[in-house]
Design a protein around this ligand. Structure first.
Ligand SMILES: [Zn+2]
Length: 406
């Protein structure tokens, strides 16, 4: 079986990491910054050395094409992103792009041309660190966000996507929503599971469903020194009781996740009993129906806890994002590549957002994960092994070659 060149892949990763290098060994290339531009230029120079064609679309997504035998067939696309968090790691996104490049380099040196064009996509502003929302470029590409709206989005300094695209010359004319045969994204896991289970490859079957709720618990603000415990309507203690109860409920459901990320006591004071507490709930599970069931149950539990303590509670639905299953035929290609290469693996769901989640609404899509040290990501300390990097890239190579034969 054809194999990628592990050293060449690693050297390219280390070369890219020098652009915007941070003091603690990470990278800083915010979307459309001069560092991002320099990273894109380095990538383009590597692609042009392979005779690839370079295109850009009006939102600054960058595409490098390795021409196939049948130029009329829709392209097979691999990709990810080159932008980073302000103090990001060397592998989040970058790995998926440079692994795709290593796939093309391997085909090129073996004189192998596919039937389809093989394309590498570099999606603009995946991180959402400079411009919100995250995964902006792929969202515009699939037509879920208008170009006009996206160009008007500003960073904290009031600089818009549109003006910055013009300043660094990264806008082009490639068409949105064009027909793609398929999309494969290789990424670091950004969580601890693969390392913990000592598995080489994560076969990703989809993205999970997410529900966001706003909760307000109301009691009565009173003096901390004069109100005996039995007379109190303490919203904070009501919230505490509720949260411990739902933690127990969610922990008993396989693959369910619960996060309280924001909590606020309006007019808080250390010698006043909390009259009102506001907080957020983030509930996730691979199945949309299960998330809906959990939301309903959590609402019921909130009312029970509040009633027991003579408190009032209101829960507001903020957002429900359904689960996104990846394309079964693409997942199967990854499964069979993993099997032929003899890698240990598990099937998993993507916990984080990725461009692939958008692309899955547009064309047959899947993802491949490799382990990252201690599950740490969005951090300068992000780390992967050279062998894992090569293993994931070999899976990507053989999955797209199998796709080409379909
Ligand atoms: Zn990423």
């Amino acid at each position: 079986m054809m194999r990628v060149n592990q050293d060449r892949l690693w050297n390219s990763l280390m070369e890219m990491a020098k652009i915007g290098a941070t003091s603690k060994g990470g990278s800083s290339r915010l979307a459309l910054s001069k560092e991002d531009k320099a990273g894109r230029e380095l990538f383009v120079s590597w692609c042009e050395a392979l005779g690839m064609e370079i295109h850009r679309d009006p939102i600054g997504n960058l595409f490098a094409i390795y021409p196939g035998n049948n130029r009329l067939a829709a392209p097979i696309v691999m990709g990810s992103h080159l932008d980073t968090q302000p103090k990001g790691g060397r592998f989040d996104g970058v790995y998926g792009v440079l692994a795709a490049l290593e796939v093309v380099r391997t085909l090129h040196e073996n004189d192998v041309k596919l039937n389809h064009d093989l394309e590498i996509a570099v999606w603009m502003n995946e991180e959402g660190a400079r411009f919100s929302p995250a995964m902006l470029g792929s969202e515009v590409f699939i037509g879920e966000l208008s170009l006009e709206k996206a160009l008007g989005i500003e960073d904290v300094n009031g600089i818009s996507v549109g003006s910055e695209l013009e300043a660094i010359g990264e806008a082009g004319t490639s068409e949105f929503k064009r027909h793609l045969d398929s999309y494969f994204e290789l990424h670091i896991e950004q969580g601890p599971i693969l390392e913990d289970l000592n598995k080489e490859i994560g076969v990703v079957t989809g993205g999970q469903a997410i529900a966001w709720l706003d909760v307000e618990m109301q009691g009565r603000a009173q003096h901390a020194g004069t109100t005996p415990m039995r007379y109190r309507k303490d919203a904070m203690l009501g919230v505490s009781a509720f949260l411990l109860e739902i933690e127990g409920y969610v922990a008993a459901i396989d693959d369910a996740l619960l996060t309280i990320g924001e909590i606020n006591i309006p007019f808080s004071s250390r010698n006043t009993i909390a009259g009102t507490v506001n907080f957020t709930l983030d509930i996730r599970h691979p199945e949309t129906e299960k998330v809906k069931e959990m939301v309903a149950k959590v609402k019921e539990m909130a009312k029970e806890v509040a009633a027991k303590r003579a408190l009032e509670v209101s829960l507001t639905d903020v957002w429900l994002s359904p689960a996104i299953p990846f394309d079964e035929s693409c997942v199967n290609l990854v499964r069979s590549a993993v099997k032929e290469l003899g890698f240990s693996n598990i099937e998993m769901i993507s916990g984080a957002g990725h461009d692939a989640i958008h692309l899955a609404k547009h064309c047959p899509t899947t993802m491949i994960f490799i382990a990252c040290k201690d599950g740490i990501s969005h951090n300068e300390a992000e780390s992967i092994t050279e062998i894992d990097a090569a293993n994931g890239t070999n899976v990507l190579l053989h999955a797209v070659m199998k796709r080409d034969q379909m």
